[in-house]
Design a protein around this ligand. Structure first.
Ligand code: SF4
Length: 214
């Protein structure tokens, strides 16, 4: 059983794939916060601004099988499933909550059969199934990161328990800092300054919020 909070077709807003058309699939649940306000103060990420409880979002639902969920994801793609055609490679981004709690090899296989490239945005604290093409790890506070290689490390900045130096030795192709949404103007300024002083890091902005894309 897969529980999906919401699912929709959009453009990726953040990081190295910003601007790329993608089906977003937000799984229900996270291992670092219950999602309930009464638990926020004792959660690992008390700055979380994502609603990942239940299945009541846009196209949210429970799916009994991987095939059923893969078919639903594929139904959002705007062109027929022609594989790696001139129309672009079908792309799905799994997010959450923590998508590694539910994403499994049955689902990645079913999506590969439908010619999808698969991305995940994970907090890096859970093992990942085979078949993921783009791994984006976003470390949170002092939570132990066990996914130490991938395509993109995207760190919300600043976090006193998760400052950039802690992750610089990990094996990622891209290192991004993304200003924390709370007090965004000040955090954006601090992030720009950090990137300019430490040029390994690049600025990631939430362009979907800036442009008003859902
Ligand atoms: S890991 Fe992400 S979704 Fe989970 S509580 Fe932290 S910020 Fe929110």
């Amino acid at each position: 059983m897969y529980k999906v909070k919401e699912m929709f077709y959009t453009l990726q807003g953040e990081g190295a794939q910003a601007g790329r058309p993608a089906v977003f699939c937000r799984f229900t649940g996270c291992n670092l916060w219950s999602g309930r306000e009464r638990d926020r103060a004792k959660s690992v990420c008390d700055f979380c601004d994502t609603d990942f409880i239940g299945t009541d979002g846009q196209n949210g639902a429970k799916f009994s099988t991987a095939l059923e969920l893969a078919d639903k994801i594929a139904s959002f793609w705007p062109t027929p499933q022609l594989g790696r055609s001139v129309e672009g490679v079908p792309y799905v981004v799994f997010t959450g909550g923590e998508p590694a709690l539910q994403l499994d090899e049955a689902l990645t296989s079913a999506l590969k059969q439908r010619n999808f490239e698969i991305a995940i945005e994970t907090n890096g604290t859970k093992q990942l199934p085979a078949g993921i093409d783009w791994i984006c790890v976003s470390p949170k506070a002092d939570a132990e990161v066990i996914i130490e290689c991938g395509q993109e490390l995207k760190l919300v900045y600043p976090q006193s328990l998760a400052m950039p130096q802690r992750f610089e030795q990990l094996n990622f192709e891209h290192f991004y800092l993304q200003p924390m949404a709370q007090d965004n103007a000040n955090h954006t300024k601090a992030t720009i300054e950090y990137c300019m002083a430490h040029p390994r890091w690049k600025l990631s902005l939430q362009t979907h919020k800036i442009t008003g894309i859902d």
